[in-house]
Design a protein around this ligand. Structure first.
Ligand code: IPD
Ligand code: CA
Ligand code: CA
Length: 256
């Protein structure tokens, strides 16, 4: 059975409730890398989502952050980030979400991102537009870099990678109204979709970070590609540039 957008929305709302419940409790933090960490909430949310998907929509492949790649038997592929913004969550900063993307025959068809602290549910179905709490959303109409507000993120191995993004951060911070760093790539893409930010870029992400958010930004009228311009922004080496069409080329020009 194929899931509907409403199926994904319900899954995200329930997983988000798990995150919200755990938010004010003491977190047990485990380190996957120096900065890359995981809490019990990541595991609880992912266990819930995988259990539901396997029992209600059997056969699909699943790419989930904490479990890795789970082999399926049909052409469906789920992208699960059970908690995007883990570092915020562990530090009691209320900026995080759950992100669920669904593709079939290599085409992203459904995407849902839920922020349980603001009760904001971003959702999109291929060809049908993007929505925030059931109201249609659209990217901004900005055409000048000087009037834009951007957002970005930095990789967990920022201490020892050449692609640490600082050069581009500085460059764009000096040419725009500012560059924010919220700590949740999925929300960054959705905030572009809602016209709050005019553009989002980031290097070295994982498919589950931006599968859903990328579709939502696209369906809201954004131009969404890899930073080198490739349409298939989910294939390696993964990077994303999601922006309102009016400044896409100008931002891209600064990222080379
Ligand atoms: C991270 C967030 C962050 C981004 C990192 C991601 P996580 O995901 O999306 O904004 O800068 O690159 O890994 O670890 O919180 O799921
Ligand atoms: Ca993530
Ligand atoms: Ca995560």
């Amino acid at each position: 059975m194929k899931p509907t957008l409403s199926d994904l929305e319900k899954l995200a709302l329930e997983a988000g409730a798990i995150l919200r419940e755990g938010y004010n409790k003491e977190h047990t933090v485990h380190y996957k890398g120096t900065i890359d960490l995981v809490t019990e909430a990541d595991h609880a949310s992912e266990a819930f989502l995988l259990g539901e998907i396997k029992s209600r929509f059997p056969g699909g492949h699943i790419l989930a952050e904490e479990s890795g790649s789970i082999q399926g038997s049909n052409e469906d592929l789920w992208y699960i980030d059970p908690l995007d913004g883990t570092v915020n969550y562990a530090h009691h900063i209320p900026i995080f979400c759950v992100s669920i993307g669904f593709s079939t025959n290599r085409q992203m068809t459904l995407g849902v991102v839920y922020d349980p602290m603001r009760n904001e549910l971003f959702a999109a179905e291929r060809g049908k537009g993007a929505f925030l709490n059931s109201k249609r959303i659209q990217v901004s109409s900005i055409t000048e870099l000087e009037k834009s507000l951007l957002v970005t993120g930095f990789p967990y191995d920022t201490w020892d990678t050449e692609l640490d993004n600082f050069k581009y951060f500085e460059r764009l911070a000096k040419k725009t109204q500012g560059v924010r760093r919220l700590g949740s790539a999925a929300l960054d893409a959705c905030y572009v979709a809602a016209g709050r930010f005019d553009g989002f870029w980031e290097f070295k992400l994982k498919p589950w970070d931006v599968a859903a958010g990328g579709l939502i930004a696209k369906e809201a009228g954004g131009k969404v590609t890899a930073i080198d311009g490739r349409d298939d922004f989910l294939s390696a080496p993964l990077s994303i540039l999601a922006s309102t069409p009016g400044i896409y080329e100008a931002v891209k020009g600064q990222l080379s």
